[in-house]
Design a protein. Sequence first.
Length: 217
Amino acid sequence: MRKLMVATLLAGATVATPALAQDVGPTFTGPRVEAILGYDRTGAGSDVDNDNGRDDQNIDGLLYGVGAGYDVNLGSAVVGVEGEYTDSTAKSSRRDFSDQFGFGRVKQGRDLYIGARAGILANPQTLVYVKGGYTNTKLDVLAGDTDETTDTAFKLDGWRIGAGVERAINANTFAKVEYRYSKYEDAHINFADGSTSSEFGIDTDRHQVVGSIGWRF
């Protein structure tokens, strides 16, 4: 009986070991989804400083959202496409409008991103990568003068670049740390009455440091 038990355990171990080995190695290939959380800062991109003490030039807060992508492992390199939907708690401390510099109350709204990334495998579990693509964000703005105020939504178009490190926890789960810089150069206004302005030029910068936890299928 004892010999039969030992033989059974050895047979089970022989079958289980290859299965476990298959689960450990990450592939960095295929579709993925992730949850995103981090620091968000949006501000004027102009070199001209404003020190009148009345207007916030930068807003910062907590960034949160979801992302999805698809990667292809080429051996020592990985390439892929990705997209994100995020929102932010960033907003100005002002409660009224301003007819001096910029605008009054400003709140960061949703952000849409689509782009690509490419990286190299520093080791079998670690990917170091760069990324870039198109970003469209929304700013909720209260603006006006002493006679009239308007609550409007600014839609900003721009580009984003970034770099990060992805670490495989196991074959299916991963964690990422990433820095991103966005530059917005074009915008239009969606007014409360439903009308839309023509496109105009802007100069707005955005910096983000984020972490992600994700699942690869």
